[in-house]
Write a protein that binds this ligand. Structure first.
Ligand code: NAD
Length: 409
């Protein structure tokens, strides 16, 4: 169906009004026809608020960090943590070379060990075949670099899994790696006599780690008791996956918001982060310790497969502007920024949790959404918010009552 036909059918199916169809058509700076080329069955484009996190000093450079998300208080929290970090030295961050793993699964082998050796003997040929697929990447300084061969025992017998290690430079790399995996598969079958099924990137990008560390003055955090609380919160995340899931979710609040602003693959980042966190039993992606002077030092380390070109990154007009605002010149630099944001987000969440509780800051911001959902417009919003916060009752029914009073009066 054409876009127009789709809109007509969906309108009929869901009983949409002309106004509602108009809302779908209003795709802002992402042109509807461009959206239609990005994914399938397009009927519109959705919008998220785009904020900018401030105060970030990373490796001595100042950044304004675009973040796209629907959740209140994340941008404020990141900016606040970054403000405290810059009282010391900001964030020190680093990222590995952007090497991704492509997997080729070889099954039905009579002698998996012999197959493994055969593949390693012909490493040069396999890498050459892979690199023939992407002269642009090779010219940009990337390409297939090495092979690892693992023999796994599975429910359906032994399998050989070839890891093609590809330096994807400034791309996230999935398309580039998948193309290479598909191209080397026939050669691997020929060499081993086995049957290849899967040929695809692994999102557990353990060769593409990013890390950041920062120190936060205890006075800025709210004193020794807050530092002590954060250390206890971290200990709980280490001991308890129920807490750890939320600990890591808070980290990803920041990283995913940056990824969305730059139109990166958020699912790939989430999958990589949580799989890495679970490698030795699910654990926190950050660690916290008290320095000799009582200040708090934090570290984060996780795989970050993010790109500044390729995929939707170079297509989405807002992503292109966001990249310019962020001012990163390589995928590695982007990974460093994301790691710093993840650490800042974790610090802010832990500090709020152990100091005043997460709801104080959160609910004030949330109150705005509640007021708007209740129908408040213009200056009514702030009036309704103020009343609800004063009354410590942030609920839609109360917002409606206050609104009715305001309108009545
Ligand atoms: P891409 O293929 O659009 O761009 C990468 C290509 O750009 C390279 O292969 C290279 O030819 C070219 N290029 C030019 N200059 C470059 C430079 N300086 N550095 C690197 N490459 C340069 O995109 P991609 O990053 O290979 O793939 C990303 C897309 O794949 C995302 O949209 C993602 O959603 C999707 N995807 C993900 C998965 C997964 O994560 N499991 C699976 C399939 C597809």
């Amino acid at each position: 169906m054409s876009l127009e036909e789709r809109l007509r059918v969906v309108k009929e199916f869901a009983g949409l009004t002309d106004e509602e169809v108009g809302i779908l058509r209003n795709t802002g700076s992402l042109d509807l026809e461009l959206a239609d080329r990005m994914i399938e069955n397009v009927i519109g484009a959705t919008h998220l608020p785009l904020g900018v996190a401030t105060n970030f000093l990373i490796n001595g450079k100042d950044y304004l960090i675009p973040m796209a998300l629907e959740e209140p208080s994340v941008v404020a929290a990141a900016s606040n943590a970054a403000r405290m970090a810059r009282m010391r030295y900001g964030f020190r961050a680093s990222a590995d070379e952007p090497v991704m793993i492509g997997q080729v699964q070889v099954c039905k082998l009579r002698d998996p060990q012999a197959a493994r050796e055969r593949i390693l003997e012909e490493k040069g040929r396999i890498l050459e075949r892979a690199n023939e697929q992407d002269p642009v990447l090779v010219k940009a300084g990337g390409g297939a670099r090495d092979l690892e061969v693992r023999v796994l025992s599975t429910r359906l017998g032994p399998m050989v899994v070839v890891h093609l290690l590809v330096d994807v430079r400034d791309a996230m790399g999935a398309n580039a790696v998948n193309t290479m995996c598909e191209a080397v598969a026939p050669l691997i079958e020929e060499l081993t006599g086995g049957k290849v099924y899967l040929r695809i990137i692994s999102n557990l990008a353990t060769h593409r780690m990013a890390r950041a560390e920062a120190s936060f003055p205890k006075e800025a955090l709210g004193g020794e008791e807050v530092v002590e609380g954060i250390l206890h919160a971290h200990a709980l995340a280490e001991a308890d996956p129920y807490r750890c899931a939320t600990h890591n979710k808070g980290i990803m609040n920041g990283i995913i918001a940056v990824a969305l602003a730059l139109s990166n693959d958020t699912r790939a980042l989430e999958a990589g982060a949580h799989a890495y966190a679970a490698l030795e039993g699910y654990g926190p992606l950050t660690s916290w310790e008290r320095e000799e002077n009582g200040d708090l030092r934090g570290r984060i380390e996780l795989p970050i497969a993010a790109g500044i070109l390729g995929g939707a990154v170079s297509v989405h007009p807002v992503a292109r502007v966001c990249r310019k605002i962020l001012g990163v010149s390589s995928a590695r630099e982007l990974a460093e920024v994301m790691a710093a944001v993840g650490l800042a987000q974790n610090l802010a969440a832990l500090r709020a949790l152990v100091a005043e509780g997460i709801q104080r800051g959160h609910m004030r911001l949330h109150a705005r959404n509640v007021a708007i959902a209740a129908g408040a417009r213009g200056d009514q919003v702030e009036k309704v918010v103020r009343r609800m916060v004063e009354e410590r009752c942030i609920r839609i029914d109360r917002a409606r009552e206050i609104l009715a009073e305001l309108e009545g009066g």
